[in-house]
Design a binder for this molecule. Sequence first.
Ligand code: CA
Length: 502
Amino acid sequence: MKPNILFIMADDHASKAISCYGQGINHTPHIDRIANEGMRLDHCYVTNSICTPSRASILCGTYNHVNGVVTLDSKINKHLPNVAKHLHTDGYQTAMIGKWHLGEGSDHEPSGFDFWSVVPGQGEYFDPEMIEMGEHIRVPGYATDIITDKCLDWLKARDESKPFFMMCHHKAPHRSWEYDRKYEDLYTEDVSLPDTFEDDYKNRAKAAAAAKMKIDGDITYFDLGLVQPEGGSEIGEPSFVGSSDRKIPTPSDLSTFKLIDKDTGEVFRFETQQQLAHFKYQRYIKRYLRTIASIDDNVGRMLDYLDEEGLTDNTIVIYTSDQGFFLGEHGWFDKRFMYEESFQMPFVIRYPKAIKAGTVCSDIVCNVDFAPTFLDYAGSTVPNYMQGASFRPLLEGNTPADWPQVAYHRYWMHRDQHHNAYAHYGVRNQRYKLIYWYNDGFDLPGTNPGGEKPEWELFDCEKDPLELFNCYSDPAYAGIVRELTDLLNSKMREIGDVPAHA
Ligand code: CA
């Protein structure tokens, strides 16, 4: 029988927060098990580091200028072909459970799935509303448990004569990191601060300093499960226009400043600005990691089910995330940028029949390659409109000599009001990363001639893995700049995106 495909995807899960990636900040034994019994990919990249566009690329196997889902507010046209439709046509039972985030209503709901049950928009952590085959329901409990329960229920009731394709999309660990109370006691010890937490953003494009994604400055009371003192005058900038939530300030005078836990009423006071900044980081990272502990336990439940039913050998299991995430690197939370922490997607895969246990892949693959890979394993034809390529040979240890080893990224939401992240595009190969900040508006470069001057960044990923030194103007890199600009041009021509650079 054709292999089953169980695709488990989290929302904003950085590879650093999966223990098999070796950073040592948490323990995820069940996700690690997939890698230990299969393969870990170290250079899997997202083509647009934001939820909705990444999901469209995964589903359709196309870049965002082709599938039309370029921003967080874009909605997918449900009539577009997608991987689930192809697999369904070829005999698979298909299900989509969890976070969809590609629009709602009859024109945008999941299509190609025998069964779907999704959370509207970003979804809620507790007692979430869900839309199940078009019907709005509310389900008591914690989102990660509920999504897993629904996946297991569907698997138990499936037609065993057909292979299955299941997309299990967790809502966690997305902002505002509301964890299940049963993980309250995890991470009582402080988590180490990243080396670049106090980045000064020198030697870089202005986008880095301009981004409103700083843990010390932009994270809100709600994000950290805190409230302002009752009866006191509220301080802090509103998190966005019309929001009652506010950013936690760092006042110059801390003598009367306090923070209060929303649930316990515990009061926190600070003697220095640095102490306050570190408190915000610890509060953030521990909340984030606790939501992941719940995912890991629920991945374990899925793997146990496959074992119990004798499905392990014939099921491809994947764990990934719609993009990476900043966990304090450069002082940030959030994603959006082509910098490594948010650009890299975690990706572990197990298929005992074909993928050797305990292997690691260092080749570059992208999320547009997922759909062609699934179709390849299913024995289906990869349709011409798909722009990605199957990386099945890489998974099986046979990387072709001409595998491109290049990832293209484009972020379109220029200076959105929440994060003020600048739009950009660029390419990365195994050694270098070139980024073009067009700095002139939301849509195509050159459409806003009154805009700011464009900027380039070049990073030497081997000498400067933390991406602290833009070497674009360093004469020693002139040849590399030429080479990478050519690579960018050829990639953009290949996929049909925007003008080439001289
Ligand atoms: Ca996301």
